[in-house]
Ligand binder design. Structure first.
Ligand code: ATP
Length: 171
């Protein structure tokens, strides 16, 4: 179904704003309107929550988080950038692995399972998209997602769910 990504991004950002204010972290949204994409709304919401949750968790007091969403020629581009602790080069190749957690994360008192980014990757790939993380220790991290328009109507990885919805509508 057609997902209003513009409102979805603003909605998810608002969910984090209260937490962010307590930490003096600024959340900025930079979203093109309208921005729509045919996909699984619940999953795309979950993707944004995972990326924002990470940005928030790994960004210290008085940091900044910027979320962008824009339509490109053949895709929708989403990014979540933070001014947090960053990810060491040797950890970067592993962040999408299930249960992988960086040293900083492991030593954190509040939990985390190391599943977030593996789920994020699964959601993006179910939409035939790509996700990559760029990061610099001490400067911050940027997660970039590209969702191709060409596959908007095809969801092999989630075929069951979508087939069900489509059939329901046809009746
Ligand atoms: P959870 O499953 O609760 O999200 P997690 O954050 O540890 O736990 P992932 O989201 O899979 O797990 O992230 C894997 C690891 O990548 C983290 O443990 C952390 O070391 C690193 N990481 C992810 N996002 C960021 C970020 N924005 N800034 C710094 N490090 C990050």
């Amino acid at each position: 179904s057609e997902v209003a990504l513009d409102s979805l991004i603003v909605e998810v950002a608002d969910q984090f704003r209260f937490l962010a204010e307590n930490k003096s972290v600024e959340i900025e949204t930079n979203v093109q309107r309208p921005l729509t994409f045919r996909g699984d709304e619940a999953r795309l919401r979950q993707l944004l929550v995972i990326l924002l949750d990470n940005a928030f968790k790994y960004t210290p007091f008085s940091g900044r988080i910027e979320i962008t969403g824009e339509s490109r020629s053949h895709s929708v581009y989403l990014s979540v950038a933070d001014t947090g602790c960053g990810i060491p080069k040797e950890d970067l190749p592993h962040v999408f692995e299930r249960f992988y957690r960086g040293d900083k994360a492991r030593s954190r008192a509040q939990g985390g399972t190391g599943l977030g980014l593996s789920i994020a990757k699964w959601i993006v790939e179910a939409h035939h998209g790509t996700i990559r993380i760029r990061s610099e220790v001490g400067l911050g991290t940027k997660a970039e997602v590209s969702l191709p328009r060409a596959h908007e109507r095809q969801y092999p990885a989630l075929a069951g769910r979508f087939a069900g919805r489509r059939n329901r509508r046809r009746r």
